[in-house]
Ligand binder design. Structure first.
Ligand code: ZN
Length: 152
């Protein structure tokens, strides 16, 4: 897959996040942390979320290694997560999966996605969808682990 195979509209957003990844610094003392690996292409994403006492995501750390789709996706996700509460992240996650599956999005789902909509360009390259999804799998793993801990 070549960068120039992506639609211009989305190309700019994806390239920007690839070249200037947001929230790169690992957060210490983050309540939510996870790390996932995609053995297929060697992509790796680590994610940390720092919550305020009322459960709003105050700070995000996102470190991705591997192909540019994986790295851009992790950066875009980290930016979207800032300021969200954990319930919002579920809507975001669901909306992203609906988009990547090529299904129709509601207005609310579209609004939630914002710049993340650029990643729908990846749908043209089915083998790369996993690269775009890795950051989301990492988020899910972190949330699952966090929620499991709360119930103990
Ligand atoms: Zn990849």
């Amino acid at each position: 897959m070549q960068l120039d195979e992506i639609d211009n509209l989305y190309y700019g957003v994806i390239l920007d996040h690839y070249k200037n990844p947001r929230n790169l610094y690992p957060l210490v003392e983050a309540q939510i942390q996870a790390k996932e690996l995609n053995p297929f292409c060697g992509d790796e994403v680590a994610l940390q979320l720092k919550l305020s006492c009322d459960g709003v995501i105050q700070q995000v750390g996102s470190q991705a290694q591997g192909c540019f789709i994986c790295r851009a996706s992790a950066s875009l996700l980290s930016e979207a997560l800032e300021g969200m509460n954990l319930g919002d992240t579920e809507l975001l996650n669901r909306s992203f999966r609906v988009m990547m599956a090529g299904e129709e999005l509601s207005v609310t789902e579209c609004d939630t996605l914002g710049d993340l909509a650029a990643l729908k360009a990846v749908r043209k390259f089915p083998v790369r969808i996993k690269c775009a999804m890795l950051a989301w799998a990492t988020l899910e793993e972190g949330l699952r682990e966090y929620q499991g801990r709360g119930q103990q």
